[in-house]
Design a protein around this ligand. Structure first.
Ligand SMILES: [Fe+2]
Length: 304
């Protein structure tokens, strides 16, 4: 009931809100709020929660907020496992046929990785099964993109990133920032990444545990490519043979991102190899610098 004794439940409340928002200062925000309200009301009509259900839903959202801080973002995790992050990415960055699909960068990206030499070993602690990777950076017409900056980051052989266990892994372990050679190629050594579970000790993990769904990710490399005249590409290279390849918790797996991690015969040297081609989308006005170049420069001044 409102102040005039009118019942504004359901569609009436949404229509009333639309009238009140007609002159809103921020029209874009008003549209988003009104659309949210209409969809929430449709959700309520479909699910028919009782007041206790609503209270539990609000308690869940409260717990999500309480589980989030500077080091952990439970809200981002929730958006990821509900497929919202992937949908936003797909709609914001539609990719033409033949170009490599975009994915979310995820929470483990670091913009301050020092430049890494071609052929360098990104594994700084000697742990894991050795891997040799070759990435070919191409334009849609097949031409090489020499000089492209390629940032790579990955989990180790136990499914953990360097910034998840800073006391156990060396800083910048399994991270690189390599400039493509004259043939548009980037080569590096590393270790075969392992898939991992997303943090499941918070309210999002508990929700999915009740649903019987582990929040797991198949093994992958993360790659970010920047080059003048092309849209920045943020993507994954997935191990197509990973058992979890069909149930990525954040819906990042796409046919164009599957790669074969090949066993290398013989007992000496790398045991695995992977070679992929990444196709950029032309775009005027981009730079050749990795994200937050200023932060990177400052970090390097700090002794990297
Ligand atoms: Fe990852």
């Amino acid at each position: 009931m409102d102040g005039q004794g009118q019942d504004h439940g359901g569609a009436d409340a949404a229509d009333a809100l639309a009238l009140r928002l007609a002159g809103a200062r921020d029209a874009g925000m008003a549209r988003a709020v009104l659309a949210s309200v209409r969809h929430l009301h449709a959700l309520v009509r479909e699910v028919r929660p009782d007041p206790d259900d609503l209270r539990r839903a609000l308690e869940f959202l409260t717990e999500v907020g309480q589980a989030s801080d500077a080091r952990r973002q439970e809200w981002v995790l929730l958006a990821d496992v509900l497929g919202v992050s992937a949908l936003v990415e797909d709609l914001a960055h539609p990719v033409p046929a033949g170009a490599t699909p975009q994915t979310v960068a995820g929470p483990f990206y670091r913009a301050d990785v020092p430049e890494t030499a071609q052929g360098a070993d990104l594994c700084l602690d000697g742990r894991g099964e050795p891997l040799v990777a070759v990435l070919h950076i191409r334009a849609p017409d097949g031409r090489a993109v020499p000089g492209a900056w390629v940032e790579v980051w990955q989990a180790n052989g136990e499914g953990l990133y360097e910034n998840q266990e800073p006391d156990r892994q060396p800083e910048f372990n399994l991270r690189g920032r390599i400039r493509a050679d004259a043939d548009g190629a980037v080569r590096f050594r590393s270790v075969r990444p392992k898939g991992y579970r997303l943090p499941d000790d918070g309210p999002v993990g508990q929700l999915f545990a009740r649903l019987g769904l582990p929040i797991e990710r198949p093994a992958h490399l993360h790659v970010r490519v920047t080059a003048p005249g092309f849209r920045p590409l943020v993507t994954h290279v997935f191990d197509r043979d990973d058992p979890a390849i069909g149930r990525d918790a954040i819906f990042g797996v796409k046919p164009g991102l599957l790669a074969e991690f090949r066993a290398v015969p013989g007992g000496v040297g790398p045991r695995w190899s992977v070679e992929v081609t990444l196709v950029l989308v032309p775009d005027c006005g981009t730079t050749d610098q990795p994200a937050r170049g200023k932060a990177r420069a400052e970090a390097r001044q700090g002794g990297n």
